[in-house]
Design a protein around this ligand. Sequence first.
Ligand code: CP3
Length: 340
Amino acid sequence: MQDKKLLKVLGGETVPPPPLWMMRQAGRYLPEYRALREKAGSFLDLCYNPDFAVEVTLQPIRRFGFDAAILFSDILVVPHALGRDLRFVEGEGPRLTPISAAEIPRLGEGHDFHAHLAPVYETVSRLRKELPQETTLIGFCGAPWTVATYMIAGRGTPDQAPSRLFGYREPEAIAALLSKLAEVSADYLIRQIDAGADAVQIFDSWAGVLDEASFEAWCVKPVAEIVRKVRQKHPKTPIIGFPRGAGSLYSGYRDKTGVTALGLDWSVPLSQARALQAGGPVQGNLDPLRLIAGGRALDEGVDNILQALGDGPLIFNLGHGITPDTPIAHVERMVERVRR
Ligand code: CP3
């Protein structure tokens, strides 16, 4: 018998009230996170030190009793493990040296990928022991396209113009980069599942900037490769796909990639979400700004989702990550309202 609510939903069951967790639930809106982050020195020290990473992962579980804990790490540890340099600049975000087409064929050569990521696997296996029995442990990776956008531009950009242009000008190079990332990301997820992750999520945060043909080639195809490879080793582990901003391209994504569940951003209309739920579990999709605003905006947002999607397989979540300026009292209010 499955005693984890979230895994029941991923198995297709309707579980009222729905299980909930929040993307970026361990983060700067929590004073205990800020304190530990200061002690660790840098964000990457948090990610690569299992003592810190375990503690940070558990913080939101202790405070709010979410139904899932997500491994504390970052999607950019994958290019880092392939030998690309990576820094997080205070208040600005990630910085990498932009990769050139010429460098792609030898990407990862001379670097021991799994040795670099061993602290992450250690974090997962310790979490599996420390988490309450009923709490689902979610592992994750970035989707190849989203990781590639940071590798190509060297930073976050509003519309990923550098990566789209790179892809149009260098179609073979981008295909090689995405296929390499798909291969190592699948290995990375397999190791997380070996270490004790119950489910995994693939974050394609920049899926929404692409036209239909490039969405198929650069988002759908590499994610389908990851799913196929993970399933060969772990056929039963549920996989959540989150192609943020995919709009009408959400339909077809589950069938084409093979993901178990669809993570929905807040721009997905609830009528469309309802239709997508006919094909299997969905996760989402409260606008994180409703959570900042609180009060009626928050209550209405929660109620609308529960009303539209509550009688099918639903994992309640935000439509994207929680932001640092969110009041903790509003998170408590959301949890209470979803569960009442
Ligand atoms: O959800 C969780 O609590 C698990 C941990 C997690 C983080 N990043 C921690 C983090 C996860 C799942 C991610 C995924 C991630 N990282 C994505 C995909 C999801 C998304 O949000 O779109 C992306 C695009 C990244 C890359 C990244 N990491 C950026 C652009 C930034 C800077 C933006 C920011 O919020 O500062 C990060 C840093 C980061 N990753 C922080 C955290 C808690 C903040 C670091 C800090 O200053 O303490």
